[in-house]
Design a binder for this molecule. Sequence first.
Ligand code: TTP
Length: 410
Amino acid sequence: MKGVILAAGKGERLRPLTDDRPKVILKVANRPIIEYVLENLDPFVDEFIIVVRYEKEKLMKALGDEFNGKPITYVDQLPGEGTAKAIESARESVGDEEFIAVNGDIYFEIDGLKDLISTFRKERADAALLVKEFDDLSHFGKIEVEGSLVKAVKEKPGKVSGYANLGVYAFKPEVFEFIEKTPLSKRGEYEITDTLNLMIESGRKVAYAVYSGYWNDVGRPWNLLELNEYLLKNRLRHGIKGMVEEGATIVPPVEIGEGTVVRSGAYIIGPVKIGKNSRIGPNCFIRPYTSIGDNCHIGNAVEVKNSIIMDNSNAPHLNYVGDSIIGENTNLGAGTITANLRHDKGNIRVEIKGRLEDSGRHKLGAIIGHNVKVGINVSIYPGRKIGSNSFIGPGAIVDRNVPPRSLLVV
Ligand code: TTP
């Protein structure tokens, strides 16, 4: 069986973190998101086929040509948008075999895949999909079922409860004939949910497996923080490979990579994960659910909580980083502070593709892209985004989003 992973999307809702790279290579708990998908597929497949387009060279460089000793084949998405188009792009590589297709940007536990494959086989189905019950299906496709089979898939049905389509499928190769007939949707995409409806209308068997475990569709920036928290809570193993000076306090579980030095006076309360060759302290406070990448510097009098700091980034002097995401190669000047709470304690809203969306969180800090230089004493309002390759001058107050490649000087 082959595993097809859809990773061609632009990830626009995750800007600025996807300004210059596909979302599936963003690291959560210091690992590219797509690796969690590959890990789940690994026991069931002999080859990974990754469908690419947006910034594909970066994806290919990040993953290389094998995973756990099994080959990765990259295929370009055919012209056109949508999940059906993406799956069709893998047609030649899949050949005449059954296959699994999974969105590359979702996190789920392996049990879901086991159940999906056994249902697909037991029902002798033409297709099978993984579903999960939610109270509000506004953001999902609703799966209507009858007995053990799917009756219909309805895209974005509004605020109703029911089974949601999770983006994990098993298919017989015959699906490609139905993809060919799939019309363009109202959203201007070729959608695999429309293909499934065509299959059902033609009397093909589409089965489903119900998943009740943790699932995260990493579409918006705060989903990265939720996933980070889940992974650190559930998958972190305490282990210190770096050097911890006398006078530093480590409250497990904390994972510290090779070459990292934790200096005296650092106080780290797990779950916290720190990559390789980073410099931590002296005299800093790192609180739970924080991931710090490789070659980072968290210096004197810095507090970090519930945040993701990606590789080669620094919060070197007198910083507060709370409920925030900081991209790669980014530097915060001395005294730069992220605010993560509104005074009225309301939910923080974030602009996503031009519309303000409720993050559902009353604590959310800054979302800073890659290669950003932030000057000294900059204050960043909750839920504000700073685009990649920007320069924020000293003393600035970032109370609105900053586009990529900006120069903000007060
Ligand atoms: P989405 O999350 O719907 O799309 P996206 O990744 O482009 O994100 P955004 O809406 O924020 O711009 O896509 C679901 C999955 O399918 C995801 O893993 C990317 C993949 N995909 C493709 O491979 N090709 C496509 O044409 C589309 C639309 C998505």
